[in-house]
Design a protein around this ligand. Structure first.
Ligand SMILES: Nc1nc2c(ncn2[C@@H]2O[C@H](COP(=O)(O)OP(=O)(O)OP(=O)(O)O)[C@@H](O)[C@H]2O)c(=O)[nH]1
Ligand SMILES: [Mg+2]
Length: 420
């Protein structure tokens, strides 16, 4: 009930290829290079949409691709950039790398935008490669390939109000009285193992999402009784209803104990606006406690109400107060990171494997990218590629491994013959 999840595949666009082309003019036999750059590939972009409240659309279709950049053209014309693919998600969506589980982005503000996968860079056209030694370069780059990955989206429904209190205080009963939610209710501690959410209508137009947080016990902040999980659910709520059990032996001690647990949790929960509510006022014990508690609690600066979750007594007044407190409290934004580096740099830049007597494979993200961006059909490009192999130490490593002239070396999808 608290979560909505989806798993999706995304791919950013390839960059367009740079072009090799030469100016053609009347009476000029060999014009200079004029091949334009490729356009950038489209990004995979997420944007918060405050009008959405679920991830259902991702349950229907789950493959999303951005457009590729257009190839460069003669006369120095740059290819058009590929369209980015925009995915709109509800506020509160967490985006993870499905493989590693790392959080890539946490969508928390309205209109927040995050690029999760950048499109490939456009390849440079041959206009960039002319120099004093080579004025007619048959040299350009192909576009950088886009990237693909599986993402896991998770929407945490954010409750405006959390009901906290000791086990058995009547939290689930209260939630079921004020909303359509039907949490488990029982007369023994800790029946509720997962927070329940209910939508509570207040007056004619307003509504609040209220969460029933399972009973907190001493040591919750240290993890006792699933304490951490429960406390985390409270982090994003704006206001707390602290429910006191009017049938308990020491409701005041319970109140202090829970406040202590809230204070011990890292997110400083004791400073959240708190409405203190004595429950079970239909019972004589609770009636006896009311004046004592009211005095102590009001003296400490809290608003105090007495209700019966069973008979409904006092509940309307309490809800109006809750609404007023919610309206006076800004939305909580719990922040992880807005964007992080999607692909950390690899430690080992390449790996050489021998796949047969005269067959080798060089693998590595960087070198495979360079290979994908190389036009192997042109000599100038091959020379440049050879320089890159040398500067990355790949030529030397291949030679150390025993590569012979005439051997086949695979690099991504490219088959090369080893030369002098
Ligand atoms: N007389 C009376 N009994 C109540 C009232 N509210 C709850 N109870 C009873 O108190 C017991 C515990 O209620 P729950 O709503 O399950 O309590 P809880 O706070 O959700 O408990 P946990 O889920 O264990 O944390 C049940 O037997 C309820 O019927 C009330 O206003 N008056
Ligand atoms: Mg309960």
């Amino acid at each position: 009930m608290f979560f909505d999840r989806a798993k999706i595949y995304v791919r950013s666009g390839n960059g367009g290829d740079g072009m090799i082309s030469f100016r053609r003019e009347k009476f000029v036999p060999h014009g200079g290079p004029d091949g334009g750059d490729g356009g950038k590939g489209g990004d995979i972009l997420f944007r918060a949409n405050p009008n959405l409240n679920s991830l259902v659309r991702f349950h229907r279709g789950n493959h999303f691709r951005a457009e590729h950049g257009v190839h460069g053209r003669p006369s120095r014309r740059t290819g058009a950039s590929g369209q980015s693919f925009l995915l709109e998600v509800p506020v509160g969506t967490i985006i993870r790398d499905a493989e590693t589980g790392d959080v890539l982005a946490d969508i928390i503000h309205e209109d927040q935008e995050v690029v999760v996968l950048a499109g490939g860079r456009g390849g440079r056209g041959n206009i960039h490669f002319a120099n004093s030694r080579n004025q007619a370069p048959r040299l350009a780059e192909r576009g950088e390939p886009g990237e693909e990955m599986w993402l896991e989206l998770e929407l945490k429904l954010i409750a405006d109000v959390g009901i906290v209190g000791v086990p058995n205080a009547g939290k689930s009963t209260l939630l079921s009285t004020i909303s359509a939610a039907r949490p488990k209710i029982a007369n023994y501690p800790f029946t509720t193992l997962q927070p329940n959410l209910g939508v509570v209508t207040i007056g004619d137009y307003d509504s609040l999402i209220i969460a029933d947080i399972p009973g907190l016990i001493e040591g919750a902040a240290d993890g006792a009784g699933l304490g951490h999980d429960f406390l985390r659910h409270i982090e994003r709520t704006r206001v707390l209803i602290h429910l006191l059990d009017g049938a308990a032996a020491e409701p005041l001690t319970d109140w202090e104990m829970i406040n202590q647990e809230l204070a011990l949790h890292k997110a400083d929960l004791e400073n959240k606006p708190q409405l203190v509510v004595l429950n079970k006022i239909d019972l004589p014990d609770a009636v006896a406690w009311e004046p004592i508690l009211a005095e102590e609690i009001i003296a400490k600066g809290y608003a105090f109400y007495a209700i019966s979750a069973v008979t409904g007594q006092g509940i309307q007044e309490m809800l109006f107060k809750v609404k007023e407190m919610v309206d006076a409290t800004p939305q909580v934004t719990i922040h992880t990171q807005e964007t992080i580096v999607i692909r950390p740099e690899v430690e080992d830049p390449f790996v050489i494997t021998r796949e047969g007597e005269n067959i080798w494979r060089v693998s590595g993200k960087e070198i495979e990218k360079v290979a994908a961006m190389t036009y192997f059909e042109f000599d100038d490009t091959l020379v440049r590629f050879q320089h890159i192999l040398d500067s990355m130490g790949i030529s030397e490593a291949l030679e150390d491994a025993g590569v012979q002239v005439g051997d086949i070396v695979y690099l991504g999808d490219n088959e090369l013959e080893w030369g002098e």
